[in-house]
Structures are given as C-alpha cells and as structure tokens.
Design a protein around this ligand. Structure first.
Ligand code: BES
Ligand code: ZN
Ligand code: ZN
Length: 480
C-alpha cells in the first residue's frame, strides 16, 4: 500500500473514499451529516460506519462517516482501530484509494502514524494459500491534516505496520512449509534486504556450545533446529546498552511425547509468534535506526514425538550449566528460551526482552486482551510498559517473587521444567528467570494475544503481530 500525507481542505482531497471521524455527542455539520445525526443514522459511537455517495462540493467519490466515540477518550489506539475498521469496510466494497481526515484536536505525529498503522494492518488478510482471484486490497492511503507536516510520521507508521504484517505472514505459515530452516532462510533474506548482520547457529554449533535444553526439544523432529541471530548496530551512539530480543520459535508444537489433544492442535503453528515478532521488530529497527545496539535471538525447533524424542524424566544440561528434569515435553518453550537467554547474555546483551507463546495458563489469567508481563527489574518493566502503552499494545504486570521457585523443585536435577497445576504462567516465567540471572529482563507471555480466533472489524482472524510495535518503541525511545 502506498501511503502519503496531504495538507488540504477535505473537500479537495481526491480519493475513492474520504474517511471522516465523527464524535459521539458532537453533531457533525459538514457533508450533510447534521441531518443524519438528527435522524439517528449515526451517533458517533466507536467504529460505527456510514457510507455516503455524491456528497455535494466534495471531490472524493465517497465520504465514510466513522464513529470515533467520545472526543475526550479518543487516543491514537482508538484511531488505529477506527482506520482499520474503515479500511476493511471500504475494501470489501472494492475501494482502492482511501484518504482519512485527522481532526485538528487529534492531529499529532502519533495520531498520523496510528492512522497509517491501522490502515495497513486492517488491509492484511491471511489469504496467501487461497487460490480464488477475488482478493481485495487497498492501493493508496493518504492522511489529511491541516497543521503540521506529518510526512515522517506517516512513513514511520508504514514501516512499523509493514514489519508487523511481515511477522503475521510468518506466523500464518503452516508447519509443513515453515520449518526451522525456512525461518532461518526468511531471516537471512530479510537481513540482507535491510542490511542487518545475520548468523544462524546450526546443530553442530549448538552442541559445541552445550545447549542441551534446546537440543533436547529438537531431538523429536527430523527437522534440524536453528538459532537465528540478527544484529543492528547504530552508526553512532553514547549508549552502553545492548538490547537483546529473544523470541520463541517453535514452528509446530505437537507437545512431543507429552502429546497435546488433537482438538485445536492445528493452531500450534503459531508457537513461533514470539520469534516472528522479534524478526518483524528488527525489520523496522533497521529502517528507523534507533541509537542503541539491538540483537534478536530466535531459537527455532519443531516439537515432535519422533523415535529419538526426549522423554518425561529425561535430565538435560542447559548451556548455563544448570540441570533440568523434563517432566513434561510440552513445556518446551522455556527449554529453548533458557539456552537462548544464556547465549544472549554471553553475547553481551545488557538488557533482555523475550516474547513467547509460552502457556495456556496466561490465557486463563488474562484472556485474549493483555500480554502477561514479568520482570526481574522494575526499571526494565516500566520501560516496556511505557512502550506498550504508547504503541497501543495492552500488557499487564504479573508477579515474579522468589517464593514461587519452590514450585519448580526437582528431586533429581536443579529444577523441573513444570511447576504443577497452579500459577502456570508464573512458574514458566520463574523458570526463565533462572536463565536471565541478573540481567534486567522482561518476559512477555503472548499465548493469549498473538492469535485472534475471530476477526475484529479492524483486524483479520489469525496472527496479530504482537508485540512488534512495543519492541520498536522500546528501542526508539531508549535514552541513556
Ligand atoms: N505452546 C504452548 C502454550 C500455548 C498454549 C500457546 C495455548 C498458545 C495457546 C506451550 O508450549 C505449552 O504447551 N505449554 C503448556 C505447559 C504445561 C505443560 C506446563 C501448557 O500451557 O499447557
Ligand atoms: Zn508445548
Ligand atoms: Zn509451545
């Protein structure tokens, strides 16, 4: 999708449709909307849409009145959703060229970026493997404002949303087509396109490094594992910080020998959503060029119950030297992340964030609305929460007290890989904390938020691309 910014009176904007946000409790006079408010055809409620044709004095072919809710509550997150819902509505009617008006009260750079993000995210469909030829998409999206030049904000929005869609595309790939080696191929070509360093550690290298936790998981599959390392270095920086982004890359999670029930198992292709999001974040970071070093580490494996698979009761030695009793082979994410976290620390990362579709328990705790956020450092926690808030991705802080460690006791090894029935999202995080050690670190459990079971007016069913935007904000907003 082409994006641009125009400073023009709304009546003169050329487009197949001009989206005009209208607020609840504020009778819009322009475009003959006054009568429509009086008749109760539109009230300005959130995501209400009313399409008008042949509006006198307007160059655009159509005007779409778009309910924005109460003006006091309207923020960039609401605008992102509104732009997405409007674009999805218009493209279903085959409109190709769309403009969206920013009202003067809500016309900062953040609003302009959010409008573009909403449009590009809303336009995305996970239809790559559909062979029918009536696929609809939007060609042009223009943000129209009255005051500041928002061209750069529009560009930033486009870069971030395209990176998020890049992640969504990877997540939606089925396990047969996107194996660990194929994720590595995708990472390499993305890195080449955006001039990032890329290195992929193979099985032999991981053996040499003693990554017994990761390799234990990989044993059950005929597909070899891969540890993707993608690095960005700023041209100049005063920051001693080196941010490590670690993402779970299980291309398919059958559960292994502790096999999952078949009902819904097809969804487990999205068990690499954390890894895809970190790749997406790097794609945007390469273009937006923050002033600190950022490296992504993506351990990729397929969790399968092959004849060489690890068994419940197996004891593996992680790269850090800690021994782990594998009680349940379906708790594989924490095993591969353990070694990736250790490796990231050894590579000199001073701050770490991991994103992982780690537990069903986080979905029980927070539903599908909030990412579960865990941290061993209040400063790092606040940085990520702040970034999430401004990026419009909801995250909720969860406890991570040492007392929980007792749940992971093993009679035979340093720790067990599962912690019993209760507090499953917390015990998973406690497990990871053992490997983040004293590095300031945030763990994001995205099991409930990386996938939409039903489409929303502003987003297709399937992968959401969380937490790409938060990771990009975190890097861009880094100070010191
Ligand atoms: N990939 C799953 C977690 C998951 C569940 C993601 C639902 C998305 C939706 C993870 O590897 C897993 O299987 N976790 C187990 C842990 C348990 C064995 C302690 C779980 O949550 O059931
Ligand atoms: Zn699992
Ligand atoms: Zn998993």
């Amino acid at each position: 999708m082409q994006t641009s910014f125009e400073r023009k009176p709304l009546e003169q904007v050329e487009a197949g449709a001009l989206i005009v946000p209208v607020f609840e409790g504020r009778r819009e006079e322009r475009f003959g909307a006054g009568d429509l408010f009086d008749a109760g055809e539109i009230a300005g409620k959130p995501l209400e849409l009313l399409l008008l044709h042949h509006v006198p004095g307007v160059v655009a072919t159509r005007v779409l009145l778009a309910g924005a809710g109460k003006a006091e509550k309207f923020d960039s997150a609401e605008l992102r959703k509104l732009a997405g819902a409007a674009v999805r509505h218009l493209k279903s009617k085959s409109v190709k060229s769309i403009a969206m008006a920013l009202d003067p009260e809500h016309a900062s750079a953040d609003f302009a970026s959010a409008a573009v993000e909403g449009a590009i995210l809303g336009d995305y469909e996970p239809d790559r493997y559909k062979t029918d030829d009536d696929k609809k998409s939007v060609d042009r999206f223009t943000v129209v404002g009255a005051a500041d030049d928002l061209e750069d904000a529009v560009t930033r929005g486009r870069i971030v949303a395209e990176a998020q869609n890049f992640a969504r595309t990877l997540v939606n790939e089925p396990g047969n087509l996107l194996t660990p080696s194929k994720v590595a191929d995708a990472a390499r070509s993305m890195a080449t396109e955006y001039q990032l360093d890329c290195q992929v550690l193979d099985l032999a290298e991981m053996e040499r490094l003693g990554m017994g936790a990761l390799l234990g998981v990989a044993r059950g599959s005929a597909e070899p594992p891969a540890l993707i390392v993608i690095g960005y270095k700023p041209s100049q920086t005063n920051s001693p910080a080196h941010l490590g982004l670690v993402g779970k890359g299980v291309t398919f999670d059958s559960g292994g020998i502790s096999i999952k029930p078949s009902d819904g198992m097809e969804k487990m292709k999205y068990d690499m959503a954390g890894g895809a999001a970190m790749l997406g974040a790097m794609r945007a970071i390469a273009q937006l060029k923050p002033a600190l070093a950022v490296t992504a580490f993506i351990p990729c494996v397929e969790n399968m119950p092959g004849s060489r698979a690890q068994r419940p009761g197996d004891i593996v030695v992680a790269m850090s030297g800690k021994t782990i009793e594998v009680i349940n082979t379906d708790a594989e994410g924490r095993l591969i992340l353990a070694d990736a976290l250790t490796y990231a620390r050894k590579q000199g990362c001073t701050h770490l964030v991991d994103a992982a579709t780690l537990t069903g328990a986080v979905v029980v705790a927070l539903g599908h609305l909030n990412v579960g956020l865990f941290s061993n450092d209040n400063g790092m926690r606040d940085r990520v929460l702040q970034a999430a808030k401004s990026a419009g991705e909801r995250m909720w802080p969860m406890p991570l007290e040492d007392d929980y460690k007792e749940y992971l006791k093993s009679a035979f090894a340093d720790l067990a890989n599962v912690g019993g029935r209760w507090g499953g999202a917390i015990t998973a995080a406690i497990f990871l904390k053992e490997f983040a050690e004293d590095t300031p670190w945030v763990h994001l459990d995205i099991a409930g938020t990386a996938w939409l079971d039903e489409s929303k007016p502003f987003l297709a069913k399937g992968p959401t691309g969380l937490p790409v935007r938060t990771m990009v904000r975190l890097a861009m907003g880094w100070a010191d």
